[in-house]
Design a protein around this ligand. Structure first.
Ligand SMILES: Cc1cc2nc3c(=O)[nH]c(=O)nc-3n(C[C@H](O)[C@H](O)[C@H](O)COP(=O)(O)OP(=O)(O)OC[C@H]3O[C@@H](n4cnc5c(N)ncnc54)[C@H](O)[C@@H]3O)c2cc1C
Length: 194
């Protein structure tokens, strides 16, 4: 069963806090402007992934960079997804997802899985997939596929954080990484900075 937590919007628009610490914190943090926050986040480079799911909730896929490693024992990660996205309800119903870590050649594919309005069939038709042990679609040619089961979720404002246990890992061919930084895509080589 998936545990569910809700982080409550408490002080002013755009902020949130956890119910258990709210009552004791009388101080008011300064309001952070949304535009400033977005500008700052544009400097936080992140690997680009396609999150997929399949099962009773249907087959869905979406580009996401808000993916974070949690612990290696158990192997676990977190994925943050907008509740307005089509994949959101499907992940909740299927209880499973796959993090497909994109390589440097996948910029166009990433764009398709982030483009509003394309049907799922149109998105998936642009690449080759294999069904992983948990039923989710694994992208062939991805740097790796991480097949996960959802352990718990936390709602934070407009998004849900899915906390996942990694059930199976498939390593793909080595290649360049794909990173989103400064509002554009960059290829990452494995050579260290000089
Ligand atoms: C580099 C990068 C990183 C990103 N990282 C994240 C991230 O970490 N987390 C995150 O949440 N988002 C992230 N995004 C944004 C996300 O990829 C896009 O918002 C994506 O389009 C969402 O997919 P969607 O199909 O649900 O949205 P949309 O296609 O915009 O659909 C939104 C709503 O429109 C309706 N709709 C649209 N098309 C159809 C259709 N054909 N049939 C039926 N209903 C339809 C549905 O009601 C749906 O809920 C990222 C984007 C990029 C480029």
């Amino acid at each position: 069963m998936i545990e569910h937590h809700i982080l409550i919007d408490e002080q002013h628009e755009g902020s949130w806090g956890h119910a258990s610490v709210r009552a004791s914190d009388k101080r008011r943090a300064p309001v952070t402007r949304k535009a400033d926050f977005r500008d700052a986040m544009a400097r936080l480079g992140a690997a680009v992934n396609i999150i997929t799911t399949d099962g009773p909730g249907g087959r869905h896929g979406m580009t996401a960079s808000a993916v974070c490693s949690l612990t290696d024992e158990p192997a676990s990660l977190a994925v943050c997804i907008n509740r307005n996205s089509r994949i959101h309800a499907a992940i909740e119903e299927n209880g499973a997802l796959c993090v497909n870590v994109l390589n440097g050649e996948h910029e166009e594919l990433s764009g398709l899985f982030a483009r509003s309005g394309l049907s799922m069939a149109e998105r998936f038709a642009n690449a080759q997939w294999e069904r992983l042990a948990n039923g989710t679609p694994g992208l062939l040619g991805a740097l790796c596929n991480l097949a996960c089961s959802v352990m718990s979720v936390s709602e934070i404002g407009t998004h849900t954080m899915f906390f996942c246990r990694v059930e199976d890992i498939r390593m793909g061919p080595e290649g360049h990484g794909l990173v989103y930084f400064g509002r554009s895509y960059h290829r990452l080589t494995s050579a260290p900075a000089a």
